[in-house]
Design a protein. Sequence first.
Length: 135
Amino acid sequence: ILPVHRTWYRYLQRQGSITNNRSTARNDEMITVAKLVIDWYRETGRYERYREQLCYKFFYEEYLAAVCRANLIDPKSPVQAALRNDFIRNFPDYRENPYVRKAPKKYQLLDRLIRTGNWKTVHAIMSLNKTVKGR
């Protein structure tokens, strides 16, 4: 996994996809995705080699993005805590990850709020962000 400074694909938002859905249950599917991906890396002997990159990928996709999507749908949903707990179970030392440590300040703020279960503040910030972006 390497960072690139060029767009290599165009993302299509399909109706009903995990990222474009009004159901917290769809975001809960990220737990299954994380397990399948991590298991594949372990089974193929690549887990330790790519652990830091995988950790950051799931820090963003499962921990930040999916939690925030679920929170925007329903700030009282138990799915957001389930996603947080699954990520921390898979990567308990994630805060020591060099990619996470270099993450933008906004990710670090969301990390602190999600880690402490401050769902109302996450909801307020993400609602404001959505409004500012016009979505």
